[in-house]
Ligand binder design. Structure first.
Ligand SMILES: CC(C)(COP(=O)(O)OP(=O)(O)OC[C@H]1O[C@@H](n2cnc3c(N)ncnc32)[C@H](O)[C@@H]1OP(=O)(O)O)[C@@H](O)C(=O)NCCC(=O)NCCS
Length: 195
């Protein structure tokens, strides 16, 4: 596995700087900002996400979430980030490279969210643009995948403007908001043009 990475062993990635944003690994001190933003964005986010567990926004669940994240990084399965606005350090959302498959695939899946007060200001575009070289050049992925519900116009636009290509349509692909929903499948390859 190490053959495919420049890092000698899976470890937390250093903060990543993008245009007006910083991505870094979530930490316990983010709890209050994270829980506040998720709660105030609940109505906006829940139609596009897996069902939130009842205790999702509690401090113990957040601690457990961080443990899971650390284990995911340690085992090279996923790299989660919180997204901050550079100018004032406000937490604006999160994104993750998840479901990493090594061996002959060298692939991973991209997921993301932005809190309702911060949408449509280019933050996720900047974050995805910053993460792409990390995925391909540092983590040595060959293929970055993403999937979204066809009516998620924000996600469709985000993927297309960051150079993902639509490759297919998967029926009943993921259980989102409690319903198995069809998804558009997108991917970007290491060899695709970078913008
Ligand atoms: C998808 C999401 C992360 C986009 O984040 P964002 O920071 O608002 O995105 P950006 O501001 O970088 O905008 C990206 C593009 O999408 C467009 N866009 C954003 N919201 C849109 C909407 N509701 N309808 C149509 N286009 C939209 C923007 O205008 C921009 O395109 P443009 O530059 O051509 O104008 C955010 O809308 C979100 O968190 N949605 C809910 C959760 C979700 O959908 N997660 C992903 C599941 S697949």
């Amino acid at each position: 596995m190490a053959l495919f990475r420049t890092l000698s062993a899976p470890e937390p990635l250093p903060p990543i700087t993008g245009d007006g944003v910083v991505l870094r690994a979530p930490q316990m001190s983010d709890y209050a900002a994270w829980a506040g933003l998720r709660e105030s964005s609940r109505k906006f986010l829940t139609p596009w996400e897996p069902t939130w567990p009842a205790d999702d926004l509690t401090r113990p669940a957040f601690r457990q979430r961080l443990r899971r994240y650390a284990e995911d990084v340690r085992t090279d399965q996923a790299y989660p980030f919180f997204l901050f606005r550079s100018e004032d350090g406000a937490l604006v959302g999160g994104l993750a490279l998840a479901n990493i498959r090594r061996g002959v695939a060298q692939a991973g899946s991209l997921g993301y969210w932005v809190g309702a007060p911060y949408i449509r200001r280019g933050y996720m575009t900047a974050a995805v643009r910053a993460l792409i070289p990390v995925a391909f050049d540092l983590l040595r992925l060959h293929r970055l995948e993403a999937a979204c519900i066809p009516t998620n116009l924000a996600s469709v636009r985000l993927l297309e403007k960051t150079g993902f290509r639509r490759e297919g349509y998967a029926r009943s692909y993921l259980c989102i908001n409690g319903i198995w929903q069809d998804h558009l499948l997108y991917a970007k390859l290491q060899s695709d043009p970078r913008d």
